[in-house]
Design a protein around this ligand. Structure first.
Ligand SMILES: NC(=O)c1ccc[n+]([C@@H]2O[C@H](COP(=O)([O-])OP(=O)(O)OC[C@H]3O[C@@H](n4cnc5c(N)ncnc54)[C@H](O)[C@@H]3O)[C@@H](O)[C@H]2O)c1
Length: 270
């Protein structure tokens, strides 16, 4: 809220900037939240005061993660849901509304990656990747967006990747890169359509983050090569990305929509 006469932010103890990052009374949903980045996003939103529904296709994993967070005093619940399946997405939303009575923030994080040379990529790999990373994410946005449009408020954060902005190498992952570029542009398109309804849609693009995805056998041997490409000289930790999602979920980012927030340790500079 700016003071239009002076064009200066109001100097008021009623509105200190850190309070605008608090999420008390808000309900958040995080897909693919059993582990890795999704787990980290759910944790940061809950620590900021939100009630958080974590969903994942891995039922044991998601229940275990929620149990751990509840034991830490956070208001978290879990639901098993396949983020490619329209009816399971509707059930995930219904479970969130039933458990917490609303939905204000949605982090569409579930995603997968295969590595293969483009000329050898089986088309099934394209279909499986797009089914989750783009088609499934769109279905989630639709379900969440309908609810948020009706209530006149919402924050959607779609997890893209640095690969939406550049072509990471030496790993070959044309299909993944293309799906994530789609996530970024879909977020812009939804942001423009839904801004009049008070629904902000942004993307977040992490660089290479140390998660089970990156530490898989297929990718772990590339670490030394990646380090030479990152001005900051290290891979990202989940904690490096958490605050970006909190910012996009909170009132602090109310004038931001259609943005793709890159947190990449400078890897997009060289
Ligand atoms: N790790 C990185 O370096 C990195 C960088 C940029 C972007 N990303 C993106 O961040 C997101 C999370 O990545 P991560 O590294 O934490 O991955 P991860 O593999 O560690 O975790 C992904 C989670 O998604 C779940 N999942 C898989 N398929 C699902 C489905 N159909 N429905 C619901 N849940 C499903 C998995 O069970 C798992 O819990 C992905 O979209 C990924 O593309 C990761």
């Amino acid at each position: 809220m700016s003071d239009s006469a002076t064009n200066r932010a109001p100097f008021s103890e009623d509105h200190p900037v850190l309070d605008r990052f608090r999420l008390d009374g808000r309900v958040a949903l995080v897909t693919g939240g059993a582990q890795g980045l999704g787990r980290g996003y759910a944790l940061s939103l809950a620590q900021a005061g939100a009630s958080v529904m974590i969903s994942d296709i891995n039922e044991d994993g998601v229940q275990c993660t929620a149990t751990e967070m509840v034991a830490a005093g956070l208001d978290v619940a879990a639901v098993r849901s396949d983020a490619t399946d329209a009816s399971e997405i509707d059930e995930m939303l219904a479970a969130t509304l039933e458990r917490f009575g609303g939905l204000h923030i949605a982090v569409n994080n579930a995603g997968i990656n295969f590595n293969s040379a483009a000329e050898e990529t089986p088309i099934e790999e394209w279909d499986t990747t797009f089914d989750l990373n783009l088609r499934g994410l769109f279905l989630c946005c639709q379900a969440e967006g309908r609810h948020m449009i009706a209530q006149g408020y919402g924050k959607i954060i779609n997890v893209a990747s640095m690969s939406s902005l550049l072509v990471p190498h030496p790993q070959k992952q044309a299909v993944y890169n293309t799906s994530k570029a789609g996530v970024a542009h879909l977020s812009c398109s939804l942001a423009a359509e839904w801004a009049p309804y008070g629904v902000r849609v942004n993307a977040i693009s992490p660089g290479i983050v140390r998660t089970p995805l990156i530490e898989s056998e297929a990718l772990a041997h590339l670490k030394d090569e990646w380090l030479t490409q990152i001005p900051m000289g290290r891979l990202a930790e989940v904690s490096d990305i958490q605050a970006g999602v909190l910012y996009l979920a909170s009132d602090a980012s109310d004038y931001m929509t259609g943005h793709n927030l890159a947190i990449v340790g400078g890897q997009n500079l060289w």
